[in-house]
Design a protein around this ligand. Sequence first.
Ligand code: GLY
Length: 395
Amino acid sequence: MGIRFVWPRVGSWLVLLAALFVSRERAVGQGGLVRLDSLGHAARFAEAQLAHSVSYLAANQHARSTLAGGAWRYVGAQDWTSGFFAGCQWLMYERTQGEKWRLRATQQTLDLAGQQNNTGDHDIGFRIFLSYGNAFRCTGDPAYRDVLWTAAQSLATRFNPTVGCTRSWDFGAWQFPVIIDNLMNLELLFWSAQNGGDPNGYAMARSHALRTLQEHVRPDGSTYHVVDFDPATGAVLWKGTHQGYADNSTWSRGQAWAIYGFTMTYRYTHEQVFLDGACRVAEYWLKNVPPDGVPYWDFQAPGIPNEPRDTSAAAIAAAGLLELGTAVNDPVLGSKYRQAGVALLRTLSQAPYLAEGSNSDGILLHGVGNKPANSEVDVSLIYGDYYFLEALRRL
Ligand code: GLY
């Protein structure tokens, strides 16, 4: 009697232990194994941080970067970063299906409605695609899609067929500046063209990505931040930087935008040239990052290793590498990129990068906005948090 009782109980414990082990270890493709417990912990921490942030920011106050005391400095709808806070809330709604997240994300998104007609720079993609784009993806409400179509037409007004690009900025002494970041905003044009909006946006976005591949990417796979073109002839006037260390250095967030941007362009075009471009910039990244995968703010920053890291660049690259790992045909290469993305995400999910235990209301610490301008150095950045959440979603 006693024996019959004991063995089933021991067996039950073995089954329970096995189940716990399996729930902690999950295959993530191409043979890579990753412990998901730290990522689950980071996701729960992210939800708590975001819940606290929305408790004191109104729906027309869009978190941008943290102040010395740890609270968010917020911006209005016209700022280039305004779409990320709403985007974080939509990703949290998608993850939790919590009605409170849907309501709050809706309010935060609607505050950006006027930006659909903002033709003043390329950042309309960041503002609208991450807010309204996520809103449409999460709800299917056609009112959001209409805003995306209009915003794509606004961005298209900045396209110059002679240069083959959309102009990034209207300030400065440049003639027609195109920055590597601008790749990200092509998704608004691609998506709209393939989802009922103006079909002409597809050729514009493709042309812009091709010219960026030709002019911004150096032979070793590193990138220029800014290329200035002659708007009348399309000739290159100057190549250099605005937020990086030097004209011939590689600004880390720019390199991350390139990994993500060329991979995204391949997703829409299926053209090998963009996949090859994404691999070239990814290879430069992987060969030159420090051992833990989180880059210094510029790959050639003069004081390395005593220079600030940039977790926003790391989060963008992690999201890009995870997609690139599924895009390449070679399983060995795919596994390499995917595992690099997972490892980077795990690194960001713990000290010293996760904001847990700090006074910051952000999710990630140690982001760098603009080091040469001594602006937003070693702070939490809402775009770092956004791409961290997006990378978790991709995983
Ligand atoms: N797109 C602006 C930045 O990355 O700082």
